[in-house]
Design a binder for this molecule. Sequence first.
Ligand code: FAD
Length: 500
Amino acid sequence: MQKKIRKIVIVGGGTAGWMVAAALAKTLGTHHHDIVLIESEMIGTVGVGEATIPQIALYNSVVGLDEAEMMRETNATFKLGIEFRDWRKLDHSYFHPFGFYGVDMGGISFSHYWLRWKKAGGNLDYTKFNVETEAARDEKFLRTNDDNNIYMPSVNYAYQFDASLYAKYLRMISEKRGVRRIEGKIVDSAQNAESGFIESVKLENGQSVTGDFFIDCSGFRGLLIEQVYKAGYHDWSSMLPVNKAVAVPCAKNGPPLPYTRSTAREAGWQWRIPLQHRTGNGYVFSGEFISEDEATARLMNSLDGEPLADPKVLKFTTGVRKKSWIKNVVSVGLSNGFLEPLESTSIHLIQVAIAKILAMFPGDQIQTGLVDQYNEEMHWEYDHVKDFLIAHYHVTERDDTPFWNYVRTMEIPDELKRRLETFRNRGETLCHKSELFKEVSWFAVLYGQGLEPTGYHPVANSISEDDLKLRLAKIRSGIQDRLNGMPSHQEFIDRYCAAN
Ligand code: FAD
């Protein structure tokens, strides 16, 4: 007989561990469930990971965070999207915004109307129909629920923050809500002889911590999911060959930009993430194509401010556990898998896991049907993000280094091949409704990378040319009005984050 799930043990206190703790404490509460988190300061956390995507607002609101307070606590800035430099070819850049292009009409996306218009000689770039791209270019920002004007496009945003401070902030909230933290290094675990369920973990000081349900947030090592249960790993490094990163913060050199920058390099890419007090930087690279020393030198030579620490090298294998939930252990965060931070998806995937754990949270018994469902759904989430990332590398004109020649010509998944083909023929991306990256994201990246559709959806021909022109002009003027009323990003932060 299984025991009732009363005591939950979270193994690890990085961003994943504390996000889980804060969410469980808020939703399940600590009266019916005893929630314990074990972490080891000596082992520490990954300590990088600063850019997010807009969905994090949902997590923050479920946990009950006050946005301005969260921003003060984590030195956060606003993020409107990602600028991709040198990805399609050298000296070229494009922007992947969080919001929409124009307005969808007749049940199809705006991009089809724009493609029709362009083919007929229209010469205004599609980026002019997106408010986030325009605001990013002008370094402006406004939370649109601050101005009550329903006739102008809303501004979609996420945050750039210090993920270690975010975890610290969530720890404070979790402990206030009754989560118990235990400091110590886990050295062993005990399983039930019959069921194989984990019954307790043992710390280096001899203490044993029992539990009914364990959430493995132990980072890359996967302390329970891999070291005990040998879940196995889908290794995707043949299609996403970067496997190392060197990271270093530097002093800021002006007001923070409201976006993250990704600059393609000879064997990978470099991030630049502006926070309120400093800038985060890192070169994500493939060790097969460049040495650690060369990558570090490249990073250090391209900083636009004084380095504030020694560069730190991290190694990873891109992929995901074959099973994320086994018996009474669920892995969340890096212990479950890792996809390079090109589209800032790791913290989001933690959030997705938390939402699914809550939706399928066991009552008296762990149901194998729900476990199977969880495993399928989590794999699906990682798999679709994986294809989107591959598209950034594969659809390129770059042929200037062995790394770019490899990714441009490598074998890609069949599903992605189908998408690229359909996009090439009629600007459609075959997005599944529940996919994280919607048609607008695929359009921004594929078009930005140089894949120009030859056709478009036939419904885009259903309105007259005059009507189309009028609608485009209206959309454009709404965006311009929105921009005219926006303060600079820095001004907005100063005003919004000022302590009340
Ligand atoms: P960790 O931070 O490694 O935490 C593991 C925890 O487990 C620690 O508390 C540790 O002490 C504990 N632990 C481990 N072993 C034991 C033990 N034996 N006993 C006790 N405790 C133990 N994500 C984004 O969303 N955006 C980004 O821009 C982004 N950039 C990234 C860049 C790089 C180079 C990397 C590698 C990751 C990036 N990420 C990003 C991912 C993000 O950093 C992680 O998803 C996030 O920090 C979660 O990490 P974690 O909590 O799973 O693991």
